[in-house]
Design a protein around this ligand. Structure first.
Ligand SMILES: [Zn+2]
Length: 291
């Protein structure tokens, strides 16, 4: 594998939020050169891969629209010009926000489900999400897989739902880097968008499938948090499986959701309760199983 040849930290830190951000404050940002044309870029806790080279700029995920200029400034500082392609890993607003800014000129790639979800009013976290204008919708969509060559390397995209019904992963096999969207929230319980087709069991199945089929030295860029190694992914999937087993045993013994929450059955895993609590995670498991 190509080693990380340059490690540039502009400003380090993680802020995770699934709510609208305050655009008046400069967000925390972080940039890591993964090789001579591929960069890990984090803005306000939302992680991107950016490919910059002879074919132009490809951006994986589009952050909140409020952070457009911070994202663009970083791309400019890395030698990129206009953004030619945006890939949306799923339909959530912290991954598609800048479609409305850069979509005037960039081509947007994603799953058919992302286009469907962004084309209509949908509920997310108790709020109605308005449809995006046509120019901000993906124009290149696929059902299962999509492959393209860009900046001298093949990019493979594959539909792997679980966090929502719309998720894709974006794999750069020669660089041994993959962006897995929100299938994993690094070091914390993940959000599962049950009302839009998310399912904890599918999520785990797809994480295991990835870690078993990809080379062991692949770097996993997650939607939020630090870059994961194979070992990190294995430990994370063990945590998912153990907590799911505990909750499922309690469901099988006839307990209701509220009774399982009261028993505090996954308290031994409370270090993962960062963005979402143990009870949130119990509820995601319960609702996935009951669906
Ligand atoms: Zn998400």
């Amino acid at each position: 594998m190509k080693k990380i040849i340059l490690f540039l930290i502009i400003f380090c830190g993680l802020v995770l939020s699934l709510t609208a951000q305050d655009s008046t404050k400069a967000p925390k940002t972080k940039v890591i050169a993964l090789n001579n044309h591929l960069y890990f870029v984090s803005v306000a806790g939302c992680n991107h891969i950016v490919s910059i080279g002879q074919n132009g700029v490809l951006l994986v995920d589009a952050n909140y629209r409020e952070y457009q200029r911070y994202l663009k400034n970083i791309i400019d500082s890395l030698g990129g010009k206009n953004i030619d392609y945006i890939v949306n890993t799923h339909w959530h607003f912290d991954h598609v926000g800048c479609n409305e800014i850069f979509g005037h000129t960039a081509k947007i790639i994603s799953s058919e489900k992302v286009k469907e979800f962004l084309s209509e009013e949908r509920m997310l976290l108790g709020k109605i999400r308005k449809p995006l204008p046509d120019y901000a919708l993906p124009s290149i969509v696929f059902d299962e897989k999509y492959e393209m060559k860009f900046n001298g390397e093949i990019i493979l995209m594959c539909n792997l739902s679980g966090h929502t019904a719309s998720d894709i992963v974006v794999y750069f096999p020669e660089s041994k880097v993959i962006h897995i969207g929100d299938l994993i929230f690094s070091d914390m319980f993940p959000f599962v968008d049950i009302e839009n087709g998310g399912n904890v069991r599918k999520m785990l199945e797809h994480i295991i499938c990835l870690s078993e089929s990809l080379p062991k030295d692949v770097q996993y860029v997650t939607g939020h948090g630090r870059i994961y190694s194979y070992e990190d992914v294995s430990e994370y999937s063990k945590m998912l499986k153990s907590t799911m087993d505990i909750v499922m045993r309690n469901i099988d013994s006839g307990l209701t959701l509220e009774e399982i929450k009261k028993k505090d059955v996954i308290k031994n895993y409370s270090k993962y309760a960062i963005a979402f609590s143990c009870n949130d995670w119990i509820e995601f498991i319960y609702k996935s199983v009951k669906k």
